[in-house]
Structure formats: structure tokens, C-alpha cells
Design a protein around this ligand. Structure first.
Ligand code: DX5
Ligand code: ZN
Length: 241
């Protein structure tokens, strides 16, 4: 499975959004990540379906809509109509989650579930068979440009272990503070989808930044795969606890 690189439009210059999306098209990135904030679920407001609809004809890339919203039920159809390919909702919404996942699927969209840093990863476990994408927030959502929270790494490892044990196919994404170093650590832990705003859009050459992110994450994952049998061997010899 190849790595997915998804620039987050939140890191783009909103004054020239159309040109920024064209930059993403030319960069070799896989997805466009769209952060939708309602000023209630998170203390910030970004943009809505009308903006997504404006961007849709400008790109053939996969549009991933990350809904940081208290009432996603009123937004699913508008985002599907606007041209999203996947809609991600937060597990913190509690009992609303099951009907939301069904609704997203019924709209012909890929289904994403997101978990915030303070929320236990065990909360997503009941939904793993129903989702295409598990997004592990590596910052508290609301703003771009924050520092990566290292305490989230074990959640990636847990999600990766569950996926292997249950032979499931959902992708494991990370979002927030993803740069060339933190992305490699997430790849070692089992992530395969990398959302990055300020690191990618902050570079004059977006294509070079996307290539670098792909290279460091692929190298980190390959090194981990290679080290795993070695670790197992050493464990058998009693060299590691
Ligand atoms: C955070 C958003 C992220 C954000 C990432 O609320 O969900 O997608 O844009 O931005 P950086 O990469 O700058 O942390
Ligand atoms: Zn996001």
C-alpha cells in the first residue's frame, strides 16, 4: 500500500485559493484535505460547501472533507453535492456516530472517522469494520501550524495492530503538526496517510515538499518492516524485554 499525501487547504493562501489548488494538482499529491470548522465544535471557522463547490472543477484529486462540526448531519448532503469524495466525522459525537456513518455511505461517499488527542482510541474500535479511513488527530483541532503531540503515537500503533488482527482495509491517517520528522515517526507507528498544511504550503516548491514527505515516510515504513523480524529474533534470544 503506497503512502497518501494530502495537503491541507487550511495551510493555503485563502486570497488565491484557486491557484493554490492548481499548485496541489501539479505537486504529485494524492488527496486535497478540506478542513471544515463551525466555530462550535472547534473555536474557529474555515469555509463551507460553496467554497468546495468552487474548487471542485479545478482538480481531479480526491477531496477529503474533515468535518469539525457539532451538527454534521445538516452538512453531509451539501458536501456530497459540492464534490467531496470522502467525509470524515469525529468519534466525540457519541451516539450520533453510527447514523452519521451510514448516511455518509448512503451518499456514495467514502467514510472517515476522526479521534482527537484527549479521546481514547478504544472509542473507535466498534466502528472499524464500517470505515474507509481512521484519522488520528496529532494536534487539538481548530488551527493550522500547531506542534505535533507525541502522546498520540501509541494510538497509531494500536490502530495498526487492530487493522492487522482483523484483516481490515481502512487507511490510517495523521493530521496536525506533520512535518518531515513527525511524519516519519507516524509512518514507523503504522500511519499511511499524511495530512499536512503549513509544512507543505509554506514551501515555495510544493511538488518538492510532497516528494520529500513521500520519501521520508516510505523510508521510515520500510526500515520498520525490516527491523521487525530482527526485533523478534532478539526478543527470542532474550536481548530485548
Ligand atoms: C487542524 C486541521 C489540520 C490542519 C493541519 O484542525 O484538522 O488539517 O490544517 O495543519 P498543520 O499541518 O499546519 O498542522
Ligand atoms: Zn484536518
Amino acid at each position: 500500500m503506497g503512502m497518501i499525501i494530502a495537503p491541507s487547504v487550511l495551510g493555503a493562501n485563502f486570497g488565491r485559493l484557486a491557484r493554490e489548488v492548481e499548485r496541489v494538482n501539479a505537486s504529485g499529491a494524492d488527496w486535497v484535505h478540506l478542513d471544515i470548522m463551525d466555530g462550535h465544535f472547534v473555536p474557529n471557522i474555515s469555509f463551507g460547501p460553496a467554497v468546495v463547490q468552487t474548487l471542485r472543477p479545478l482538480s481531479k484529486l480526491f477531496f477529503d472533507a474533515h468535518l469539525m462540526c457539532s451538527k454534521p448531519e445538516i452538512l453531509l448532503e451539501p458536501f456530497a453535492r459540492a464534490g467531496a469524495n470522502q467525509i470524515d466525522i469525529h468519534v466525540e459525537l457519541g451516539e450520533a456516530v453510527t447514523p452519521l456513518l451510514w448516511k455518509i455511505k448512503s451518499l456514495g461517499q467514502k467514510v472517515g472517522l476522526v479521534v482527537n488527542p484527549p479521546t481514547s482510541i478504544s472509542l473507535v474500535q466498534p466502528y472499524l469494520e464500517q470505515i474507509d479511513f481512521l484519522l488520528i488527530m496529532t494536534v487539538n483541532p481548530g488551527f493550522g501550524g500547531q506542534s505535533f503531540i507525541y502522546e498520540t503515537l501509541p494510538k497509531i500503533q494500536q490502530a495498526h495492530a487492530w487493522r492487522r488482527e482483523k484483516s481490515l482495509g481502512f487507511k490510517i491517517g495523521v493530521d496536525g503538526g506533520i512535518d518531515f520528522k513527525t511524519s516519519a515517526e507516524c509512518a514507523c507507528a503504522g500511519a499511511d496517510t499524511f495530512i499536512s498544511g503549513s509544512t507543505l504550503f509554506g514551501r515555495p516548491n510544493l511538488g518538492a515538499a510532497v516528494r520529500k514527505l513521500r520519501k521520508v515516510t516510505e523510508a521510515a515504513a520500510a526500515a520498520t518492516r525490516k527491523a521487525a523480524p530482527l526485533r523478534a529474533e532478539r526478543a527470542l534470544e532474550g536481548q530485548v524485554p
